[in-house]
Ligand binder design. Structure first.
Ligand code: PRX
Length: 641
């Protein structure tokens, strides 16, 4: 159907692995929370509302809902209407009434080897103290707090404290830079920014506070900046505006008790900015009620978490994976979570494997790009460690190639740990298409939709595609973890996700996929101008706007080109302004780095005299891509000249 956007390698992978089936080991099946998941799926589809109401019943609510799902104003769906809750009540408060009060909630290791641990009680105490600090700065229900720091416990504490008092957090990934941060602060209109003096990565420091200061100058909403001391480097502190986190926690206002704000189920919990097809990133909005039900249910069944597990989601809290499955999901389940600050291969390529061995990690979840990166160093690094504590593995963020899957399965999982390849998005809140521990697996397939999720692959008109035919991946019924809107831009929410199949009322994921003869889903890739670079989501528009913000660049086009390690790398084409001196490619790269961050830096930049455009002026990225990858250009009849 002509929507294959350069997924040729992926199609080859699918054909190769389509009939390679891995049955789950008996030991895993026996102890799984659900054994008969086909039955569970049938039950959910027969009565979606009853299914989710039963799951919601496993949590505590201040007041029960009157209605499970209200679709009266679709696509502005509402879940658990009329219920009173706060996710933090389920993540912390309710555990303090049980033996879990003294259970470890979070184990943290810094890149330099420092260790910190928090019991549920200790974590709650820190959250209360910081919540009181935020309140004393005037932060109240509905306000936005931007959080920008590395992978340290204070990031988790700041998120929970913000949610506890009913404000919304907007976490900006610590790898983003000045313009990316400024833009997000501005869109959210945050009056408070929580950051750190710096962060550690590969033995070097990142100047978080310097970037934050510049972003605050550019955006102009922030009244207070709270800074955690992490690297102890010299930073500029503005009198009256800036405070050290530790100083504030020493003040009498930072009391150890703080009431959790009672929220409506549909009140916002957080905004998380993500890249869309065009223009600036959009603030995906999630709410307290439905989101808590969805992420705790999916985590419980997919990774089968139990009280004696040690869970490690190696993502960054600054992305949805971290929000849902480092911070909120595990805490709601009362699990013990591990978090590591630094790079997987620092100081040596066995850092992750040694952490798994030392902390006795039982369930481990990461991204294909990290697996490929570590696979490159050879088997001897993981083979030096006993990884026998592992029971289940997971992957997320982009399609995993069968070769990396097999390595992960054999060398890390020692052929006894099923791999949960979870397909989902910032917008979906939690896992959507995913195996359960009992599912027979095929390397590179996310298998089937989670119970209660109705997914399909359809053509332009909305007809279901035949097996092995590529089409658009859509979700046909609402689910509790779905985004509620794009912050401040409800039209964009409707336009982006619900307009393509408006008549049918389906959610457009933006991915292409196919189903095989067994009904297994194989994700192919994005069909829009969203790039996945090392699993990070970026818009071509963002990279282009960083390039044209350089004084010498008049116009720019960015495309993704397949890369063995990173999945994709960025290739950019720039037209220079008349009469300016041509900046070196390195200069231009470092400009992108300081505006957007390292993940947005193109691997290749080319200067060109013109860009291929349609007669209506749209850049034909397809033509650029063919040129960059040396493939056939195809039909260019719409090309302007
Ligand atoms: O293209 C899909 C890809 O990541 C996109 C969502 O990116 P983001 O919102 O940053 O969330 C990533 C973490 C949930 C999807 O549209 N993607 C995510 N998981 C998979 C995947 N592609 C293939 N297989 C996956 N398991």
């Amino acid at each position: 159907m002509g929507i294959n956007v350069g997924g040729d390698d992926r199609i080859q992978d699918i054909v190769e692995a389509e009939h390679e089936v891995y049955e789950p080991p008996a030991s895993v099946v026996e102890s799984a929370h659900v054994q008969k998941w086909e039955e569970m799926r049938a039950e959910a589809e027969a009565d979606l509302e009853a299914f989710w109401a039963e799951r919601a019943g496993e949590l505590e609510w201040y007041e029960q809902w009157d209605q499970v799902l209200d679709d009266g104003e679709a696509p502005f769906y509402k879940w658990f209407v009329g219920a009173k809750t706060n996710l933090v009540h389920n993540a912390l408060d309710r555990h303090l009434k049980t033996w879990r009060k003294n259970k470890l909630a979070l184990i943290w290791e810094g890149e330099g080897g420092e260790k910190r641990t928090f019991s549920y009680y200790a974590l709650s105490r820190e959250v209360c103290k910081f919540a009181n600090v935020l309140k004393s700065m005037g932060v109240k229900k509905g306000d936005r707090v931007t959080i920008y720091m590395g992978r340290i416990p204070e990031l988790v504490i700041a998120m929970l404290a913000t949610a506890k008092i009913g404000a919304m957090h907007s976490v900006v990934y610590g790898g983003f830079s000045t313009e990316a941060l400024a833009e997000r602060i501005e869109d959210a209109r945050s009056r408070v920014l929580v950051t750190a003096d710096g962060g550690w990565i590969r033995g070097k420091t990142v100047n978080l506070k310097e970037i934050a200061n510049e972003a605050v100058r550019r955006s102009g909403y922030v009244e207070h900046v709270i800074t955690v001391k992490r690297t102890e480097q010299d930073v500029e502190m503005v009198t009256g505006r800036d405070f050290w986190y530790d100083d504030l926690l020493g003040l009498p206002v930072a009391e150890q008790r703080c009431e959790t704000e009672v929220m409506d189920a549909e009140d916002p919990l957080f905004i998380l900015y993500t890249s869309g097809t065009t223009g600036k990133p959009k603030g995906v909005l999630h709410t307290h009620g439905g989101y808590q039900v969805y992420i705790s249910t999916t985590l419980k069944y997919v990774f089968d978490l139990k009280d004696d597990d040690r869970w490690w989601c190696a993502a960054d809290p600054g992305w949805i994976t971290g929000h849902s499955y480092i911070v909120y999901g595990p805490l709601i389940l009362g699990a013990t979570s591990f978090m590591y600050e630094g790079a997987p291969d620092y100081p040596y390529p066995n850092r992750w494997w040694s952490l798994i061995e030392r902390y006795g990690i039982t369930v481990f979840y990461t991204a294909p790009t990290a697996i490929r990166g570590l696979m490159r160093y050879g088997d001897s690094w993981p083979n030096r460690h006993s990884l026998s504590s592992l029971r289940l593995l997971g992957t997320v963020g982009e399609p995993i190639n069968p070769e990396a899957w097999r390595w992960y399965h054999k060398v890390i999982g020692r052929e006894k740990c099923p791999i949960m390849d979870t397909w989902w998005q910032t917008e979906t809140g939690g896992f959507m298409i995913t195996p359960l521990p009992v599912t027979p697996l095929k390397p590179g397939s996310a298998t089937k939709p989670f119970p209660g999720i109705v997914a399909d692959v359809v053509d332009e008109e909305g007809n279901s595609c035949d097996p092995n035919e590529d089409g658009y991946l859509v979700i046909k019924r609402p689910w509790p973890g779905m985004l509620r809107t794009v912050y401040g831009d409800p039209d964009r929410y409707v336009e982006q996700y619900w307009s393509r199949y408006a008549d049918q009322g389906w959610y457009l994921t933006g991915d292409s996929a196919r189903k095989d003869d067994d009904g297994y889903f194989w994700i192919i890739g994005r069909i829009d101008d969203v790039l996945k670079v090392s699993g990070y989501r970026l818009g071509t528009a963002e990279v282009e706007s960083a390039l044209v913000s350089h004084a010498a660049v008049a116009e720019a086009a960015a495309i993704g080109v397949p890369d063995e390690l990173k999945g994709n790398v960025i290739h950019a084409f720039c037209i220079l302004r008349q009469g300016v001196e041509r900046p070196s490619i390195d200069k231009l790269k470092s400009h992108v780095r300081s505006e957007m961050g390292p993940i947005a830096v193109p691997a290749h930049i080319e200067y060109v005299d013109s860009l291929p455009k349609t007669r209506s002026g749209k850049i034909m990225r397809r033509v650029l891509k063919a040129q960059a990858t040396g493939q056939e250009v195809g039909d260019i009849s719409t090309l302007a000249d």
